[in-house]
Design a protein around this ligand. Structure first.
Ligand code: SF4
Length: 318
């Protein structure tokens, strides 16, 4: 068993959009500008637009460096995680330093809400791919689905996306996540599609809910509807298949250790399903390892509204 406990780096994890992705989490759990109804984490505990060095840059970089020395194989280094990464005031420095250390492309998963700030747009300039979100075509649905911080209006957010797309020379893949019966309707998607014409993007990644969401009333758009809705865009659209977990298991990732599970749970509490998806492990293997970790009292389990969540005995989300 590896002894190294990483705090900010996780994976590589199989990603539906990015293949094998080495994740870098640079904001504390549920520190976000939004509180989306479809969030697979919990309710946003720190809804903010305040940009800070939430975690020390030097520690993040030294973990990445260490991981790279292990000759880790991945398609992307992805800045994402359990909150909104552009809230980290030094995200630009982190991206720049990663680019100095490796040729592995850097992707940023962002909700795009802070791109109205010139300094945030500038901070992402060195990334290879930026994947921002646009989940609604008007203010009313934006408020309903994303429940943004009061500083962020729909018009401001959309203008940020447009301005960023003019400035950024890398790839922009716009994620549009549709929720059945709410945004997954032709008239709503037409509004989103009209906005995408103003954004210089390579493609839309049309997605829907694939994991248990925070709100019970959130459900996935079926694949037939997804295909029909994809036809409403004039730009290239990639439908993110709701691949079953089993199809995502990658034998090269199957040697997951107890420590990998502990590293993941130290960052955030997860259900068995969440661990299985996050680490690309078969649920049976996860269950066996969880039992052994529970027996050793290294983790605890507690029932929450949305399932049985496991966490390390020393988990600290502050
Ligand atoms: S932007 Fe992402 S992390 Fe933030 S609330 Fe929405 S889904 Fe959750």
């Amino acid at each position: 068993m590896s002894e190294r406990v990483y705090q900010y780096v996780y994976g590589p994890v199989p990603s539906r959009r990015l293949g094998k992705s080495l994740g870098v989490d640079i904001v504390p759990y549920k520190t976000c500008t939004y509180d989306c109804i479809y969030c697979q984490l919990e309710k946003t505990t720190n809804k903010t637009t305040v940009r800070l060095d939430y975690v020390p840059v030097a520690d993040v970089l030294s973990e990445i460096e260490e991981k790279l020395l292990t000759k880790v194989e991945c398609n992307y280094i992805t800045i994402a995680g359990s909150g909104e990464p552009t809230l980290h005031a030094s995200i630009g420095e982190i991206i720049g330093k990663i680019k100095e250390k490796t040729n592995i492309p850097v992707a940023v998963l962002t909700n795009g809400s802070l791109l109205y700030l010139p300094e945030v747009r500038q901070s992402l300039i060195k990334a290879d791919i930026v994947i921002p979100s646009l989940d609604a075509g008007n203010e009313q649905l934006f408020q309903y689905v994303n429940r943004p911080h009061q500083d962020i209006s729909f018009d401001r957010m959309v203008q940020g996306l447009i301005d960023f797309s003019k400035q950024f020379t890398g790839h922009i893949w716009l994620e549009v996540l549709l929720v059945s019966g709410i945004t997954g309707l032709a008239e709503e998607v037409k509004e989103i599609a009209a906005l995408t014409e103003k954004i210089r993007l390579e493609k839309v990644q049309l997605n829907t809910v694939s994991r248990p969401a925070y709100e019970d009333f959130v459900s996935a758009v079926n694949s037939k509807q997804m295909k029909e809705l994809a036809g409403l865009f004039s730009c290239p659209v990639e439908i993110i298949e709701n691949t079953s977990l089993a199809e995502l298991y990658d034998t090269s990732l199957s040697e997951t250790t107890d420590q990998d599970i502990l590293n993941l749970l130290a960052r955030r509490p997860c259900t068995l399903d969440g661990i299985s998806t996050g680490l690309g492990m078969h649920p049976h293997d996860v269950a066996k390892k969880l039992k052994s970790l529970l027996d050793k009292r290294l983790i605890t389990a507690s029932r929450a509204e949305h399932g049985l969540f496991y966490k390390t005995t020393e988990t600290n989300h502050s």
